[in-house]
Structure formats: C-alpha cells, structure tokens
Design a protein around this ligand. Structure first.
Ligand code: NOJ
Length: 746
C-alpha cells in the first residue's frame, strides 16, 4: 500500500506543471559541469572563524571561489568583504551567487540574552521579535543564512551548550523553534531583504551527549528520541525551516551526518522537509574518527544518507568525483544535493539579485542602534529568574550598596557564549547598570577559580594576579560599611557554549569563599548569578538573602538587571531546566519516568526504592519555577467535561489571583500525565502554557483546550497515538505545584 501511494505521488509530481524555480534550476544545472556542481556542495569559514581542528585560509578560499569550488562561506559579517567574495562568485564558473552564513545566535551586533535565558520568558512573541531584530541586523551586514535556532533538548547541566538551547522540555522547545523560524524567515513564505534563512541545529539529539561531555556519543532508542527530544526539530520543519545542520554525535551507531534514518526517513519523508542539510564543522571528516572509513567512504555515505553540503571537511568537493567513477554515488545523488542548495539560493532571491543582502546604505540605520539596544534591554527584563527572595528585593535606590564579585565588571560575560559581535566589550556591566541608579562602592572580591590554570582559561581580564585573600578582604571591608551587598558571581562567557563542559556544576570555589566571607559580615547579600547553565546552588540557597539569576543578559545587561533589582520591573521569568541539588543527580529532568519502585522527589532515603543514599531525588529549583515581587494563588482545576471521545476536545480551566500588591505577569502551565498506556509514560509532561498579566488584587481565568494532540505520544511501534484511558490534568505555577483533575478518554 505504502509503495502504491509512493508511486502515485511520484507520478503526480512528474505530471505537475514545473514551477518557475524548477525551470530556472533545470536550465542552470544543464549548463553546469560536474566540478561546478560539487563546488556548490562545499562550504568554508572565512575571516579566521575557527570552531574545529581545520583552519580556513582566506587566500585559498579566494582561489577556490575563482575555481567554482565554493557554494557558500560563513563566519563574516563584514559587508565590504562579502561583497568582494560575491563579485568573484558571480564572475567565475557558472556565475552562481554565494550563500553567506553566520552564527547569529542571540542577536547579531546588538546582543540579546542567551537562548536559554530567552526561553525562560516563555514568551513566543518576544522570541520571534528577537529573531526578527537579529535578522534585520544580520541581513544589513551581508548575511542571508543564520545558524540558528539551536533546538537541542538537554537534560544535563554539565553540557556547556545547554546555554544555546531552549531547555529540557520538547513541547516548549517546539513552540520556541517555531517562533525563531517565524522571526528569521518571516511569515509570508517570501524572503524580503530583511528575512534570512534559518539553519536548524544540531540535527539530531546533540543535547543528549553522554555525561554532558561535548561531542560525546548519544545512547537513545527511537521511541525515547521521538518522545523526549525530536519535537523541536519536527516543529521547525512544519514551520517552514529551509535548512538544517547535522550534528556531530552518532545515533544508533551511525554518525548523524551520515544517518539515513534521521535525514531521509524522518526529516524528509516523514516530516516533509524540502530544504537542504549542511554538516556541522568538519563533521564529515570526523566520521573517519568515528571509525566508519576514509574520507572518500564517509563522504559518499553522507551524501547518500541525505547530507547536501559539507562544512569545512572538503570531503564532497575532494572525493565525490572519484566515488562517482567507482559507482559509490550516482549522478542523481550529486544532482539532488546541488539542486537543493540552488533552490535555497533561488528562494533567497540571490539569482535575481546577488547583492540583495549587500546594501551598504542599511548598516548605519539598522545595526546596533539606540532602538535595537532599547529592545535588548526590554527583552532582558523578561529573562531573569528570581530564585530566592527573603524580602530584601526590590532594593531602595537610596541604600549604600557594595557591588562586589568577579562578574561585576565583566562586559564580555554579559554577552555570553556565541556572541560574535565586535561590541561585546561594550556591554553594560552589572556594576555600570547599578551605579547609574544608586550609590555604590566596588571590589572585585575574588578570582573566578582558585586553580590558576582554570582561572586563566575562563577569565576576561581583571586583576586576577592578586592573591585571593587580599581580594576577599577588600570586598569584606566594602561590605562592612554598606547597607547591602550585591555579589556578582557565576560563570564567565567562556564557561558555557561549545567545548565548555563541566563535571562540577557548583559555583567555582574562589567565589564560594567570597560569598561565605560576605555572609559573615552580617550584611544582607543579594547574589546576582551570571551563568550559561543550571548550577547546583544548595549552599547559596541556604545562605543568601536573595538570588537573581540573570544568565548572560546581553548588550544592555547591566541596565536590565538594575531594572529588576530596584523594582522598576517586576520579574516574571521561570526556569526551563531543572536546577540540580548535586552533579550526581544528572541527567535531571522533570518529565522522567516513574520506574517500578518510585520514590517521592522530596522524601528521605528509603531502602529498595529508586533513591539516593545521600541526596533527595528532587531538584533544588524545579522546571517552571520562578518568583516575582507579587504572589499568585491558583484555584481548583476544572474540566468542561470529565470524559472525552477520542477525537473530542475539552477545556481545562483555572482561576489565578494576584494576591500581592504589585501588578505582575504569571506563566501558567498545563501538564498531563497519561496514567496507563501501552508503553511507560513520564510522570508529567508540559502540554500548554500562557503568560498572563494580572493587576494586583485581580483574578483571571486561564483556559487550555485539550485535544487528542495533547494526549498523544509515540508508542512502541513509533506511531503517534492517543490511547483511551485516564489522564491527570495539572495546572500550576511550575511542574511541582498546582491542582489537578481527572480526564477519561473513551
Ligand atoms: C560548530 C558548532 O557546533 C555549530 O553550532 C556552528 O554553527 C558551527 N561550528 C559554525 O560555526
């Protein structure tokens, strides 16, 4: 049956009239030589960008371009340089314009909070607008293709790249993926000169790297992958993403960049993706290290498995001709990949105007403008999670404040990982933001780490040669004469992102020492946490008066943090990753399975159940958690009907009341537990959320429609099914609190 449908589909496609794009590309490809076609499959870094073993040589790139051996370049936002490269591309070989890529991850020159921080806003319009703004700046700098969104689900805080994604939940991750695609590519299906093509990454499952070590092996079965990790990649395809980047890791013993199941079967045949797939940086040649074969072998297998473009390995351009001669690949395989890349260029409008994204008149009016920076500040206000507050926040602007800590004056760490802009050193620091509105003194307070080598690797300058004891003593002296201390501690931008895995996810030792000494002064201490990952903050939670997690808040970071600290803005962000109590709990995620011997998250140790001897099972701060300067109370959860037919709909509702004295935003969350199913199901799964503004003393009713979709999952046969039976429907302020109602599906 499947075969007949496939044949019928092929027949229909053959009979359908050809689109203008198809006709254009047919005639172009008729004129192209094999070498020119292979050149289109080749992508090189320029301007010294390096994220792997292989370096890119700019002179060699020019020669390759002149010889028609490059289909695209990435890593430069230098418009004049890209214009020169485009000049060469259109005047040599088949005259095909370059696609120009860049790691535009959270803004371009105006830097927004890191993606993990953006996800804690739970605000899809906000994320879409961040992507829109980044597209505007990037497209005014000669870039037409961005290596974003990064949608890898991650349950392990040791992995440094958790900073680049949307957290641990596949449903939220799917919504975020769609928002980014809408923002970058636009919503009308046509690329205007402010729209850029996305490259969804890293396909697939990179975030499940074993033990959080970067580039490590992934061990997951298909069912767990589909239920727990794949939704964001799938939703991005449904939203119209036009390109994907294959990941470094393997899946089921096959590297992702040569994985036929991932690329051809799932992404293309099942989800209907029609665009092109580029490898990650030297991922093709790394397949040699994976133990698959030599460069020719791995290149041929990657092409056949559905990879279209080779980033930096020179495997396609260097070996596919030989593989064609030996019958290891066919001309149809090469043509297919070449066509997909030409289609991307056609969709971008580069054949109509190769200089569409190379307009020098745009830069001054559109990049790093006052308006863009104001937008970054507003965004950063939505992305700070208040983890603890014993009432000390918000602060009075009249207080005498000691601002201390190694992150207080670190502008680069405000930008966070993957912020390639030249302005990173100009980000508003925490110190500057606070000093603008209050009366402050300053001391660096400590090194980052006690270990000198580690300290040197991660720091961005400052007086790190000073002995730790002296630094602490200076901070303590400042604290003693202040009314309140703001301790700016955490991770620098070099401690998260690519190749920045940690085995210990606590605050670095030197900074812990500083906090202890500050606490001993008896002054109230507000900890402002800069971090790219969830940290285990058990000691700090016990000792600090308040903890505000500001992540890496971007260009306007210091201003936006001061806006929250002094109460000009009421914090509303909520966590999208569980914060562990100890590194030994990792991987830690709220949507875990029950096991046959379940144990309560907060129950003390018991023998012969799934528990730790030396720690409770639960997180320190759960998924969905975050405080504000007001309080919200949740009423009972009600359902419009207690029973639902398989294809029906019910509405789950709750009334939320702002019981404090400040207006505020509340992120209301819907979770579902499938009590019995033919496969084991997680204890809870997020299936909806709404961010609502509630005035002090007011109540709002929040409704969530529940359809078969929210109740479905991939069963053991990998079918998306809603199985009849009972479901618990929870609505609450985070994954642990709130009420529930029982729904029966007949
Ligand atoms: C390697 C990273 O894994 C990927 O995220 C990035 O887009 C490429 N390098 C290009 O810089």
């Amino acid at each position: 049956m499947k075969r007949i449908l496939l044949l019928a589909g092929l027949l229909l496609a053959a009979c359908a009239p050809k689109s203008d794009m198809d006709k254009y590309i047919d005639s172009l490809m008729d004129r192209m030589t094999l070498e020119q076609k292979l050149g289109q499959l080749n992508l090189h870094a320029v301007n010294g960008l390096v994220t792997g073993a292989k370096l890119s040589d700019d002179d060699a790139n020019v020669k390759a371009l002149q010889a028609g051996q490059l289909g695209g370049v990435f890593g430069s936002g230098d418009l004049a340089y890209l214009r020169q490269m485009q000049d060469i591309a259109v005047s040599s070989g088949a005259g095909i314009p370059l696609i120009t890529g860049m790691d535009v991850i959270h803004g371009f020159q105006t830097i927004y909070p890191i993606p993990l921080a953006l996800s804690t806003s739970w605000d899809m319009d906000l994320i879409e607008s961040v992507a829109r703004m980044a597209a505007k700046e990037a497209s005014a700098s000669g870039i037409n293709w961005v290596y974003s969104p990064m949608v890898d689900i991650c349950r392990d805080a040791r992995w440094g790249r958790i900073a680049e994604g949307g957290g641990e939940d596949p449903y939220l991750g799917g919504e975020i993926a769609k928002a980014y695609v809408r923002g970058y590519q636009g919503t009308d299906g046509v690329y205007d000169d402010h729209d850029v093509m996305v490259c969804v990454k890293h396909y697939a499952l990179y975030g499940a790297a074993e033990a959080g070590r970067d580039y490590n092996t992934v061990f997951l079965n298909r069912q767990e992958a589909l239920n727990g990790y794949m939704r964001p990649y799938q939703q991005a395809a449904y939203a119209g993403a036009d390109s994907y980047m294959s990941s470094f890791n393997e899946f089921e013993g096959i590297p992702a960049s040569m994985n036929n199941y991932l690329m051809n079967e799932l992404l293309r045949d099942t989800w209907g993706f029609k665009g092109f797939i580029v490898s990650d940086y030297t991922a093709v040649s790394e397949e040699i290290n994976h133990g698959i074969g030599d460069l020719q072998e791995v290149s041929a297998r990657s092409l056949k498995a559905g990879l279209d473009m080779d980033m930096m390995a020179d495997g396609f351009v260097g070996t596919l001709e030989q593989s064609l001669k030996e019958g290891k690949v066919s001309m149809a395989d090469i043509d297919r990949a070449c066509r997909r890349i030409l289609e991307a260029k056609y969709k971008l409008g580069l054949f109509d105007d190769p200089y569409k994204y190379l307009d020098p008149s745009r830069a001054a009016a559109e990049i790093y403008t006052t308006e863009n920076k104001a937008d970054a500040r507003k965004t950063a206000q939505e992305c700070q999670v208040l983890l603890k507050n014993n009432g000390v926040l918000p602060l009075s602007k009249n207080a005498r404040i000691a601002v201390v800590g190694p992150l207080a004056k670190d502008a680069h760490s405000m930008a966070g990982a993957w912020a390639t802009s030249s302005h990173n050193g100009e980000c508003v620091t925490l110190y500057d933001g606070i000093a603008e509105v209050a009366n402050v003194t300053y001391a660096q307070g400590s090194r980052l780490f006690k270990d000198e080598t580690l300290d040197r690797i991660v720091r961005n300058g400052g007086d790190y040669s000073a002995p730790q004891e002296r630094l602490v003593a200076e901070a303590v002296a400042k604290a003693r004469v202040a009314d309140i201390v703001i301790a700016c501690v955490g991770e620098t931008n070099n401690m998260s992102g690519e190749a920045a895995s940690r085995t210990d996810v606590t605050l670095p030792d030197a900074q812990k020492e500083l906090l202890k000494a500050l606490k001993a002064t008896g002054k109230p201490v507000v900890m402002v946490l800069v971090t790219g990952r969830p940290l285990a903050l058990v000691d700090e939670d016990a000792s600090m008066d308040a903890i505000l997690n500001v992540w890496a808040p971007g260009t306007e970071g210091g201003h936006a943090v001061a806006d929250i600290l002094f109460g000009d803005v009421n914090p509303s962000a909520k966590l999208t990753t569980s914060f562990p109590r100890s590194v030994g709990q990792l991987p830690l995620y709220y949507n875990h399975k029950n096991t046959g011997r379940p144990h309560g998250e907060f129950d003390p140790f018991k023998k012969f159940v799934s528990a730790y001897l030396d720690e409770i099972n639960g997180p320190l701060y759960p998924f969905g958690y975050g405080l504000s300067y007001t309080t919200h109370e949740y009423g009972d959860v009600s359902l419009s009907a207690a029973e639902m037919p398989q294809n029906g709909t019910v509405t789950a509702s709750v009334t939320v009341t702002n019981t404090g004295d400040r207006d505020g935003d509340e992120i209301v969350q819907l979770y579902i537990h499938d009590i019995y199913a033919t496969s084991t199901r997680p204890v809870k799964e997020l299936k909806g959320f709404k961010k609502v503004h509630i005035a002090a003393g007011e109540s709002v009713q929040v409704d969530f429609p529940i359809t078969t979709e929210e109740l479905s999952y991939y069963n053991h046969d990998l079918e998306w099914v809603c199985e009849p039976g009972d479901f618990d429907i929870y609505i609450g302020p985070d994954c642990q609190r709130g009420g529930s109602a029982r729904l029966t599906v007949r």
